[in-house]
Write a protein of this length. Structure first.
Length: 112
């Protein structure tokens, strides 16, 4: 059963269950590719907004809609700091801490 699931999803005589697996596999690949391309594009757009706000250039939203250049600049700076530096740094620290705890407490102890 596992070997059937691992075969590539290409033509041939496939069972309905295999067709369902292939459909889910294609859907998962499509969403991964969308995220792989879309997330950097979104972050690039936000970064350009931040740079425009800091340099005094024309913003896409801040000047035309709310005249809030400084607020948009602070929001984007805080967002990039939180999402790109603070959260990954804390997650890395937490994972290392958990790995050390598991290593310490998973070993056999001698009663003595």
């Amino acid at each position: 059963m596992h070997s059937n699931a691992m075969q590539p999803c290409r033509g041939g005589n496939a069972s309905p269950r295999r067709d369902d697996l292939c459909r889910r596999y294609r859907k998962m690949r499509r969403w991964c590719l969308t995220g792989f391309v879309g997330i950097p594009l979104l972050l690039g757009f936000l970064w350009l907004q931040f740079v425009a706000a800091r340099s005094g250039g024309e913003l896409f939203y801040a000047d035309q809609v709310c005249d809030c250049r400084e607020a948009a600049s602070v929001w984007v700076r805080d967002y990039v700091w939180t999402q790109m530096i603070w959260l990954p740094g804390n997650m890395l620290f937490l994972l290392i801490w958990i790995a050390l705890a598991v290593k310490l407490w998973s070993g056999k102890r001698n009663a003595g």
